[in-house]
Design a protein around this ligand. Structure first.
Ligand code: NAD
Length: 297
């Protein structure tokens, strides 16, 4: 089949493109940044917020659409960040949803940040009330609202809530990438809050597989492992892969930094028959190796 992937030049998008190609699907890869040319992938360089005829035609003809374009990151503090979050998370989704025929299976990336952390001493369930702690999370709540009419009508739309994704190609602003860079530069690792805080780290390859497997389902679905690890465990994984004892610098966490995240994975398991396992060390090894692979490849 032919699958349109938006945000295809990004961290999750490029992993989804690789996964779809490995399955033998054809891909139309949309991004406003350049997407690498490869067999079976038709790149379209376009901004989803501008009415692009190539994008419109691609989603009209697609067998399925996975929408990953967006403005990620809770720690973005640049002055225009709220405008970019509205534009690239909410408005881009409005435009894409409007252009996609109702019967075409669609997966839209929201985020686990809509929960405001695991607030009830248990894993976050899709039916829990949203409690966004900052501008990024609030923009994802609005992104989900864009999909509400289709969800309520039972159209094949999945609003996916990924939990901290790790692995090759991770964005440089994310914690594990920052820590790898810090060690390489001989600097301490900055950790926000404490080493006891937890994250439901989820392997990017398993996220790509889950997002693809969700095509054709309906509803809101957590994409996590259901097995939170402490930030201390993650620091140790980075240190062991790079063969150093990391120096850690604990800094106060900002108000939009949730204490703990934890996915209830029952719905994901029901719909796809699989739940990400996430081997922390393996994912960090691939993250560390990825730039070297790019250099030789
Ligand atoms: P990323 O920044 O690596 O990729 C996003 C891509 O979208 C970029 O290549 C960017 O150029 C493109 N883009 C943004 N706005 C666009 C527009 N208007 N038109 C065309 N292209 C546009 O981010 P990522 O980490 O791959 O995240 C992908 C999605 O998943 C985002 O919506 C993010 O909020 C969500 N998410 C990510 C994580 C994570 O851990 N990485 C967790 C939860 C949710």
């Amino acid at each position: 089949m032919t699958v349109v992937v938006t945000g295809a030049a990004g961290f999750l998008g490029s992993a989804v493109v690789r996964h779809l190609r490995a399955r033998g699907d054809n891909v139309v890869a949309i991004d406003r940044r350049p997407v690498a040319r490869r067999a079976g992938v038709v790149p379209i360089r376009a901004d989803l917020c501008l009415d692009d005829p190539g994008v419109r035609a691609a989603v009209r003809r697609a067998d399925a659409v996975i929408h990953l374009a967006g403005c990620p990151g809770i720690r973005d503090r640049l002055p225009d960040v709220e405008r970019r979050r509205q534009r690239d998370n909410v408005d881009s989704t409005s435009a894409l949803v409007a252009a996609t025929p109702w019967q075409v299976p669609l997966v839209v990336a929201s985020s686990s940040s809509v929960y405001g952390g695991a607030r009830f001493g248990r894993a976050s369930r899709e039916g829990d009330p949203c409690h966004p702690l900052g501008g990024y999370a609030a923009s994802k709540v609005r992104t989900e609202q864009v999909c509400r009419a289709r969800l309520d009508a039972g159209a094949p739309v999945v609003v996916a809530r990924p939990f901290t994704v790790i692995g090759e190609g991770q964005r440089p602003d994310m914690a594990l990438s920052r820590w790898v860079d810090a060690i390489r530069l001989g600097r301490p690792l900055r950790v926000f809050g404490s080493l006891e805080r937890t994250r439901d780290f989820t392997d990017v390859r398993e996220v790509a597989r889950a997002l693809t497997a969700l095509l054709g389902s309906t509803g809101v679905v957590n994409v996590g492992s259901g097995r939170p690890r402490t930030l201390g465990e993650a620091v140790d994984a980075v240190g062991s892969v790079l063969g150093v004892e990391p120096l850690v610098w604990i800094e106060p966490a900002s108000a939009d930094e949730v204490a703990d995240t934890w996915a209830d994975t029952s719905r994901l398991a029901d719909l796809t028959g699989q739940v990400p396992q996430t081997d922390l060390v393996d994912a960090v090894e691939r993250l560390v190796a990825a730039p070297a692979l790019a250099a030789v490849g």
